[in-house]
Design a protein around this ligand. Structure first.
Ligand SMILES: Nc1ncnc2c1ncn2[C@@H]1O[C@H](COP(=O)(O)OP(=O)(O)OP(=O)(O)O)[C@@H](O)[C@H]1O
Ligand SMILES: [Mg+2]
Length: 284
């Protein structure tokens, strides 16, 4: 890949005082504008991978590191977390823990103040990013009075205010109700589609990722087990099961039909593909 925005090169990482590495020889290039879904079971290293993209690993964690992470040409080992925050925005799973201010405006201003953005520019950006996440008119609201989906979109707005080129989201919808989940997914899809923003998202909703992601990376025990287009990765029902991940329901259905002697020409991974593969009378 020429000039990837993220280049992970043989990265291994082991937290201090632990027995096994969290990441083992991970190599992964991500091009600008990709939408990468990271999946894998509990403890597979997904969060550690996210933290290695903004330098929290290794700078703010005790542990041993091998290999390299290059973000937009900068080696994270030689770049501060603050500097990397200009390129990589982070959103975590629990919106409440990320929000500390009295109003949405202050929440977004916080990161901008820390990087010395002038006041006029700050006001402009706050307006802009609230609009981007569908929270125009919410500037004076208390984050505490917002729904989970709104809080998470505010956390995304705060990250966007730094104009990052990569947005990393670690299970951003795991604490949200179905409406909140949909709000977050559609904001991410829109940022990716309309602004070409590179998205790296840890997400278990495999049906949703089959539709939005341009690439799926499955981690298992700190290694990259599968990596490719959703259509190529998510059709590997057995390989996914073997590492404790799940294929989309429609793919699972095709697999089960085939097991019962009903060959399926091409495994679908999205509902739309399934409708094309299984004609109305096909599944009964
Ligand atoms: N702060 C830490 N200190 C020590 N060990 C850690 C720390 N964070 C994670 N680990 C260990 O590193 C390994 C990978 O953990 P990580 O949190 O990256 O996995 P994950 O895929 O995000 O899991 P989950 O699905 O539970 O979020 C695990 O063995 C975990 O116990
Ligand atoms: Mg995690």
């Amino acid at each position: 890949m020429s000039n990837p925005i993220v280049s992970i090169q043989g990265l291994s990482y082991q937290y201090a005082l632990t027995e096994v590495p969290a990441l083992r020889d991970v190599s992964l290039d991500i091009a600008e504008g990709e939408y990468v879904a990271v999946m894998g079971p509990c403890g597979a290293g997904k969060t550690t991978l996210c933290l290695s993209l903004n330098g929290i690993v290794p700078h703010m964690m005790a542990g041993g590191v091998e290999g390299k992470v290059i973000i937009a040409g900068q080696d994270t080992a030689q770049t501060t977390v603050r500097e990397l925050a200009r390129t990589v925005g982070m959103v975590f799973d629990n919106p409440e823990f990320q929000l500390s201010q009295v109003t949405a405006r202050e929440e977004i201003a916080l990161g901008l103040e820390n990087t010395g953005v002038p006041r006029d520019e700050m006001i402009r950006r706050i307006d802009e990013v609230l609009g981007l996440v569908g929270l125009r008119g919410f500037a004076d609201r208390s984050p505490l009075a917002m729904s989970g989906g709104q809080q998470q979109r505010l956390a995304i707005a705060a990250a966007l205010a730094m104009y990052p080129r990569v947005l990393v989201l670690d299970e951003p919808t795991s604490n949200l109700d179905p409406i909140g989940k949909e709000e977050v997914f559609s904001v991410c899809a829109q940022l990716n589609r309309e602004r070409g923003m590179t998205i790296v998202i840890v997400e278990h909703e495999v049906e949703v990722m089959a539709t939005y992601a341009s690439r799926v990376v499955v981690l298992s025990e700190g290694r990259v087990a599968l990596n490719g287009a959703p259509r190529d990765v998510l059709r590997q029902v057995q390989a996914l099961e073997a590492v404790g991940a799940r294929a989309p329901q429609v793919t699972e259905l095709a697999y089960r039909l085939e097991q019962r002697g009903r060959p399926v020409a091409e495994y679908p991974v999205t509902l739309e593909q399934a409708l094309a593969v299984f004609p109305a009378e096909g599944v009964r």
